[in-house]
Design a protein around this ligand. Structure first.
Ligand SMILES: NC(=O)c1ccc[n+]([C@@H]2O[C@H](COP(=O)([O-])OP(=O)(O)OC[C@H]3O[C@@H](n4cnc5c(N)ncnc54)[C@H](O)[C@@H]3O)[C@@H](O)[C@H]2O)c1
Length: 458
């Protein structure tokens, strides 16, 4: 069967896999191929055990795979045979040289650009899906056209706004699709072609277009604003704990102001995930690059508060548990950076586990989807860390439970039984405010929520 368009996705990770799978699912008339340098990842995309966990992803992949969705490691063939190329490779924070710890590491992205340039012998539309510093499209155009082989490339920016844990729902019903293009005839025509793909399932009023630099910058700013809200409420949680105000009540009162809105106002142990910190640091780096020191300092504060909140959590545990954790058994409920994903990148649980290890506590970790990643994240701390599938078993014999991830399953466990199985006095530190604090207190626990008064029997 002939296909209308041939679409390639380079990078089969948390973004590339689900986004390309959704395009294939919604557009059976187009062929979609996803390529990656990682052979193991591609083998898993072709298997029954996909490399990432996302609710609803299995069904989408099963419907489209083999019909018009294909996973491959043959990047050269992929580039040659496809006309529209989405680039979703990783752009982590640079760990070396100039800009280390702040700037985006663009080596994977640049390698991809060079491969596209090398293997293309027909005109292509290149779509930036990865999150990139503003004005990256300019560098991309220079690399693509450097070899001057008569092939035309039109670069578009189409940042991805989906969130892990709700990726399929977000891709199916996005708040908006943003497409940035050059304001030239060719740029507008490429943009319209991409709009045409999305209109297969997204209504036109949700598809917005802009100039290419606004589009690139909007993604960084969007993540910075989301993270800023978390840091804002987390900073207030510290004040609530000192003043007997309750952060949930404050957030509700504040969020009902229609100018503010209720989203992203849950106090917690801090944000994690591969994007928020990386993208804010990238924004900070860009501001400094352009000499905007005050603007850079402002946004850097969002990351500082996040670090402060994680350390504050450990400090609260330490002071509640009589200023020593040495030899105590502490069970971390959850390790993923949020519920409904197995992703642990930048998870606050990594920081907490490492700090507890430093305090010579014995850490037991339980999580329904993230234990494999947790083992990798903490592989250098072998002897004092253990991993247990079942949360009831994990808590048994422990001095404290610390909730790291808001998995629904932790809300209604048999805490009376768990309490009986634990060392006394038994503590709960709720880093996500998902448990019934009063109920736990009545069972005998000493309960330390986030941003509200502790309930203790002392
Ligand atoms: N994870 C998210 O929630 C999210 C959301 C929106 C945007 N983003 C952005 O999307 C991009 C990708 O993020 P991710 O979480 O999917 O990363 P990831 O690490 O899960 O996936 C990136 C993939 O690209 C592959 N890759 C690297 N270089 C390659 C090359 N030269 N050729 C082929 N494949 C190559 C890697 O092997 C990897 O499988 C980043 O820029 C990120 O900031 C991520």
């Amino acid at each position: 069967m002939g296909f209308d368009k041939k679409i390639l996705g380079i990078g089969a990770g948390y973004v590339g896999g689900p986004t390309m799978a959704m395009i294939a699912f919604k557009c059976p008339q187009h062929k979609v191929t996803v390529v990656d340098v990682n052979h193991d990842r591609i083998a898993r995309w072709n298997s029954d055990k996909l490399p990432i966990y996302e609710p609803g992803l299995d069904e989408v992949v099963q419907t489209a795979r083999g019909r018009n969705l294909f996973f491959s490691t043959d990047i050269e063939k992929g580039i040659k045979e496809h006309d529209i190329i989405f680039v979703s490779v990783n752009t982590p924070t640079k760990t070396f040289g100039d800009g280390a710890g702040m700037a985006a590491d663009l080596q994977y992205w640049e390698k991809t650009a060079r491969q596209i340039s090398k293997y293309s012998d027909t005109d292509k539309i290149i779509v930036e899906k990865s999150t990139l510093p503003v004005r990256t499209a300019e560098a991309l155009e220079r690399i693509l056209t450097a070899s001057n082989r008569g092939v035309r490339f039109e670069v578009l920016s189409n940042p991805e706004f989906m969130a892990e844990g709700t990726a399929i729902r977000d891709l199916e019903e996005p708040d908006r699709i943003l497409i940035g293009s050059r304001e030239t005839e060719e740029g507008r025509s490429a943009r319209d072609e991409l709009v045409g793909i999305y209109t297969n399932w997204v209504s036109e009023e949700r598809i917005i277009t802009s100039n290419i630099w606004s589009s690139e910058l909007s993604k960084l700013v969007s993540n910075a604003f989301l993270a800023q809200r978390i840091s804002s409420i987390n900073s207030i949680s510290a004040l609530c704990e000192k003043t007997e105000a309750d952060v949930t009540e404050v957030a509700r009162a504040v969020g009902m102001d229609s100018r503010i809105g209720p989203g992203f106002l849950n106090a917690s142990i801090g944000f994690g995930g591969s994007c928020f910190q990386k993208d804010i640091l990238n924004l900070v780096y860009l501001c400094r690059h352009y000499g905007l020191e005050d603007v850079a300092d402002y946004w850097e504060g969002v990351v500082s508060i996040n670090d402060y909140q994680k350390e504050r959590f450990v400090h609260n545990m330490l002071s509640a548990m009589f200023n020593t954790l040495a030899g105590k058994k502490i069970c971390l409920f959850g390790f993923a950076f949020k519920a409904n994903t197995g992703d642990t990148r930048e998870s606050p649980a990594i920081y907490v586990a490492r700090r507890l290890f430093e305090e010579k506590a014995h850490v037991r970790i339980t999580d329904p989807k993230a234990l494999d990643n947790a083992r990798i994240d903490l592989q250098d701390l072998s002897d004092q860390i253990s991993y247990v599938e079942d949360p009831r078993e994990a808590a048994s014999g422990c001095d404290a439970i610390a909730v790291m991830t808001e998995w629904d399953m932790y809300r209604d466990l048999d805490y009376a039984r768990i309490y009986r199985s634990m060392a006394k006095p038994a503590f709960v530190f709720d880093g996500r405010n998902i448990l019934d604090h009063k109920g736990l207190f009545e069972l005998g626990f000493n309960v330390y929520p986030t941003g509200k008064g502790a309930l203790t029997h002392f």
